[in-house]
Write a protein that binds this ligand. Structure first.
Ligand code: GLN
Length: 553
């Protein structure tokens, strides 16, 4: 059996594997992003990979209300939301190959088997699957030109499905040498009892689990409500075989943006730099810390309603939430989000709409985000009508733009029953219709109009004011569009399309003439917003919400 398989020749590349123990949701993604940010600001070129041990080829077919938002990349990749964290923290553009799933690995191996690449061999998890994982990681790293590749291992150590990935990491360390690959393990340190003792047993157990599969962590990052005390660090050191100065405290902070500096102050970059023999310069966190200060000291608070579906799982709108942090810091306000579940068409619809309007009347801006399916669509249309009739700033994203067009056609132009064919295939006025190229599509995965596409902006419009240029690239994820047959009528009645696709056919940005801010976009500006570079539409919308609040008094 070819156990070593394809030996990876990686001379200059270094790897940092981040694993998680005890339970999920510990902030492994933030730890990974924070280490990446610190390295980047110390002059080291970094990139990041997320491993998701599920069988879906990508996150595109997964329900965001169970799994969190589907993040979209420039190349059209529909990926795990952690890639969004990396892009925002590291200010890089990643490709879909930076999200490795079990599905992708198995598909690659099975394709090779069918092609005859392993002719005569029994194809097995070891070595074939494990070799494929190593090959994927190293080729992504090489293509990025990064000096350090951070790899975040999804799931929790001990899960059956993550075994081949951890085995791949173990083998990779053997192949490239310990001086080129580090293991960072994040765990939970709960505080128990009346005296508030910090408990290390869960950490001990998860490290034991890791060591049983041949991996000794080099660094432990302990999530705790309070700073880890020396006793805790010493205990972890003793039982986990990691020196106490390599046990870092990731205690609760007000903003995740504070985590990088928290780790920096404890010396994590010096240790990583020495271990991996990196030339680290003094880490300059100046502009990042000023950004955190701006978030911390807003001059006012604006309240923005996010009218969506199942707003209970905030992770399904994480990029919106982050975009408001970025735009709020720039405008100088804190954006408070009022999560509003769009009323359903039902017998009590009118009462529910009234209740929603009461909530909306307390807000300074109304956002209708992207979405799929009929549920809540009538409620969203009512929210947009309320925004338009009362002059409350409104931003509609993707489905939100489509809903704004439907609302305008029904209530301003008078096209009764106007709708999207997504919700009513037999509508008399299909003002939103399927993209012609989508008619032949039968498979669901990866088949929408996806990724970065060009929009041409007309001068003298609100959109031009915000973007300051005529050509922009924004990320898309949709199957429907404004029906070209209705465009003239809509524009003549006062809803203009200030941004249009390069081919001149697809309506990309809408704005209501004479409004303070009533805009829609067919793309998703939230995917390109960055901490120190907010998405122009979010910046404009947040500013308008603040202006509206000042005017209203
Ligand atoms: N469901 C709509 C479409 O497919 C909107 C998609 C979205 O909001 N991402 O066009």
């Amino acid at each position: 059996m070819d156990l070593v398989g394809i030996r990876v020749e990686v001379k200059t590349m270094k790897f940092i594997f981040v694993t998680g123990g005890v339970l999920s949701g510990l902030g492994k993604g933030i730890t990974t992003s924070s280490i990446g940010l610190l390295l980047k600001r110390s002059g080291v070129k970094v990139t990041a990979i997320k491993i998701d041990p599920y069988l879906n080829a990508d996150a595109g077919t997964m329900n965001p209300y169970e799994h969190g938002e589907v993040f979209v990349l420039d190349d059209g990749g529909e990926v795990d939301l952690d890639l969004g964290n990396y892009e925002r923290f590291l200010d890089v553009v990643l490709g879909s190959d930076h999200n490795i799933t079990t599905g992708k690995v198995y598909r690659a191996v099975i394709d090779k088997e069918r092609r005859g690449d392993y002719l005569g061999k029994t194809v097995q998890i070891v070595p074939h699957i494990v070799n494929e994982i190593k090959a994927m990681i190293t080729s992504v790293g090489e293509a990025s030109g990064a000096e350090v590749v951070l790899i975040e291992m999804g799931g929790t150590v001990g899960d059956m499905e993550s075994m081949p990935f951890i085995e791949a990491a173990r083998q990779l360390q053997m192949e490239v040498g310990e001086e080129n690959l580090l293991f960072v393990h994040t765990t939970l340190i709960p505080i128990m009892g009346a005296v508030g003792e910090q408990k290390t047993k869960p950490t001990q157990h998860s490290v034991k689990e890791l060591r049983a599969i041949g991996v000794q962590p080099d660094i432990i990052v302990g999530r705790c409500a309070e700073p880890l005390n020396d006793d805790t660090k010493n205990k972890i050191a003793l039982f986990c075989n990691v020196p106490a100065e390599r046990v870092y405290s990731a205690h609760d902070v007000r903003y995740t943006y504070e985590v990088p500096s928290l780790l920096l102050k404890q010396g994590i970059i010096d240790v990583i730099g020495a271990d991996l023999d990196l030339k680290v310069k003094g880490c300059d966190m100046g502009s990042w810390e000023r950004f955190v200060e701006r978030i911390d000291k807003p001059k006012d608070v604006v309240r923005i309603a996010l009218v969506g579906k199942y707003t209970g799982l905030k992770d399904s709108y994480i990029s919106h939430y982050k975009s408001f942090e970025h735009s709020g810091a720039e405008v100088g306000v804190k954006v408070e989000i009022a999560w509003i579940d769009a009323p359903e068409s039902s017998r009590s619809f009118e009462d529910e709409v009234k209740r929603m309007q009461e909530e909306l009347s307390k807000c300074h801006g109304i956002l209708v985000p992207g979405g799929f399916g009929t549920r809540g669509s009538e409620g969203k249309i009512e929210a947009i009508r309320y925004a338009r009739e009362n002059g409350i700033p409104f931003l509609g994203i993707c489905l939100g733009l489509q809903m704004a067009v439907i609302e305008f056609c029904r209530n301003v132009i008078g096209l009764e029953g106007a709708n999207s064919t997504e919700f009513d295939p037999d509508t008399t006025h299909p003002v939103v219709d399927i993209l012609p190229e989508q008619l032949r599509v039968t498979q669901k995965g990866g088949t929408m109009r996806l990724g970065a596409q060009k929009t041409i902006i007309e001068k003298g419009t609100m959109a031009f004011d915000l973007y300051g240029k005529e050509e922009i690239m924004e990320r898309h994820r949709h199957r429907y569009e404004v029906n070209p047959k209705y465009i003239d009528r809509i524009q003549k009645a006062g809803l203009t399309f200030s941004g249009i696709s390069e081919d001149g056919i697809k309506m990309e940005i809408s704005e209501l003439k004479g409004s303070l801010f009533h805009m829609g976009c067919q793309f998703h500006p939230e995917f390109l917003s960055r901490p120190q570079r907010p998405a122009p539409l979010f910046r404009g919308f947040t500013q308008a919400a603040f202006d509206y609040k000042c005017k209203k008094g």
